[in-house]
Design a protein around this ligand. Structure first.
Ligand code: FAD
Length: 437
């Protein structure tokens, strides 16, 4: 039986181990938890979601919705777990984070082809391996990677707080999804005065000190709420606090709200909610004080405060192939956020591609190129082929996919047409290459 190792049982590592096992390969999966946890991880289960419980859009007119559908068709473990543990979230796919991790952990631990080893790996091994140690890879392993590939790059990413439902003042909170798509969110409407008082308090609040913070970028898609507020008094009102699509919702003065804070269900029981778009680096006491100014959150119990961490990623275009292997060391693969893909589903998708291609290499098969016609392949090509100025992490998006020859002018129709072509390509690859091999 062929053998491979995967380092890190996160989104990418679990997906990679699952694919390799399905190909009949014996996998040694090294995970440092529970021996050591990164500063963002708090559970000993695998595939932990460190911030939001949302895997974002589930629709085919959105590239991450397409990426999910591609992964489902390919037999992704992460998508199977997400669909099985979903909680209501309008057009998005959000999960009960505990059940989600428990589902993946059980699937991995009960897989006879996967041997889990609780050990922190300190250097790049010299046997076939997928390194999927995430954006918080540090210590000796990071030193070993940098000794081989040169200095990695960094940016800061932040997580949003979670509060309990029972601690909210529901007389001030309205249950509704935007644009009448159900009632999955809790909305905290604000008057103009409440909004500007909140923004002033947010701007004056104390942040936690972060070593080297000033030197690096913050990821735009996960910008701390206080950093957004510094861009202008109205930035939040046009961003995460936009008061649109909530018919009949009124603020304390009986008028339509000037701004709205939304809370999304975080567990299956519906007892925990996270504050959407409120990733933050405020000191914990300041989070309680300032976010307590949000109508309904005056006495909120925070079961997790927002935090901010330095993320590292490789200069992947210099080193990786579109299969996520090193150009100079074809049986050493990287997967997940460390490669410069950004997001939970994107990380899982790179684990899938790396797993499939390490498996193909070990079994003497041709590598599988998903191409830029698919969302999964366009990410792999982006991180390995980007040739612009400064390489930065990337979410799934239609802009990095190969354009259509006769693309409809209407954006919605164009996105659906791109999705249709992508899913056709995935189905063909499954039939002709993956199953046919
Ligand atoms: C603070 C923060 C907030 C984020 N918020 C979001 C968000 O809201 N939405 C989103 O889509 N994405 C978010 N991300 C980005 C990204 O999607 C996640 O980091 C995602 O978990 C990346 O998946 P991964 O598999 O690459 O790494 P991880 O899920 O971090 O998995 C890496 C695994 O490797 C293990 N490990 C690390 N080093 C070693 C070692 N030397 N030996 C053995 N095991 C090791 C770790 O314990 C961990 O289990 C966030 C990232 C951070 C840091």
């Amino acid at each position: 039986m062929a053998e491979a190792a995967v380092i890190g049982a996160g989104l990418a590592g679990c997906e990679a181990a699952h694919v390799l096992s399905a190909m009949g390969i014996h996998v040694r999966l090294y995970e440092m938890k529970p021996v050591r946890r990164s500063p963002a991880h708090s559970s000993d289960k695998f595939c932990e979601l460190v911030c939001s419980n949302s895997l974002r859009s589930n629709k085919l007119d959105n590239a991450v919705g397409l990426l999910k559908e591609e992964l489902r068709r390919l037999g992704s473990l992460v998508m199977e777990a997400a669909d099985k543990t979903a909680v209501p979230a309008g057009g998005a796919l959000a999960v009960d984070r505990e059940s989600f991790s428990a589902y993946v952990t059980e699937a991995i631990r009960s897989d006879p082809n996967i041997e889990v080893i609780s050990e922190e790996i300190a250097s790049i091994p010299d046997f076939p391996v997928i390194i999927a140690t995430g954006p918080l890879t540090d210590g000796k392993l990071l030193e070993s990677i940098e000794a081989l590939l040169g200095e990695s790059m960094h940016f800061f990413d932040a997580a949003a707080p979670i509060v309990t439902l029972e601690s909210l003042d529901m007389s001030k909170v309205v249950r509704a999804s935007r644009y009448e798509r159900g009632s999955d969110y809790l909305n905290c409407p604000m008057t103009r005065l409440e909004y500007f008082s909140f923004v002033r308090a947010l701007l004056a609040a104390e942040t936690a000190p972060l070593h080297e913070f000033e030197k690096y970028k913050v990821f735009e898609g996960c910008m701390p709420v206080e950093a957004m507020a510094r861009r202008g008094d109205m930035t939040l009102a046009y961003g995460p606090m936009k008061p649109v699509g909530l018919k009949g919702c009124t603020a304390s003065d009986g008028k339509p709200p000037f701004a709205v804070v939304q809370l999304r269900q975080d567990n299956a029981e519906g007892t925990l909610f996270n504050i959407v778009g409120f990733q933050t680096n405020l000191k914990f006491g300041e989070q309680k004080r300032v976010f307590g100014m949000i109508p309904g959150l005056e006495n909120a119990d925070f079961i997790r405060y927002g935090v901010m961490h330095r993320n590292s990623f490789l200069q992947s275009p210099k080193h990786l192939t579109p299969f996520y292997s090193l150009r100079e060391h074809p049986d050493t693969f990287f997967a997940g956020q460390i490669t410069g893909v950004e997001g939970y589903v994107e990380s899982a998708s790179s684990g899938f591609v790396a797993g499939l291609n390490l498996g193909s290499l070990l079994l003497g098969r041709e590598p599988v190129d998903f191409s830029r016609q698919t969302a999964i392949g366009s990410l792999a090509h982006y991180v390995s082929e980007y040739n612009g100025g400064s390489f930065q992490p990337m979410n799934a998006n239609f802009g990095i996919m190969e354009s259509l020859p006769d693309a409809p002018r209407d954006k919605y129709k164009r996105y659906l047409a791109l999705s249709e072509r992508a899913l056709e390509r995935i189905d063909n690859l499954i039939n002709e290459v993956i199953n046919g091999n």
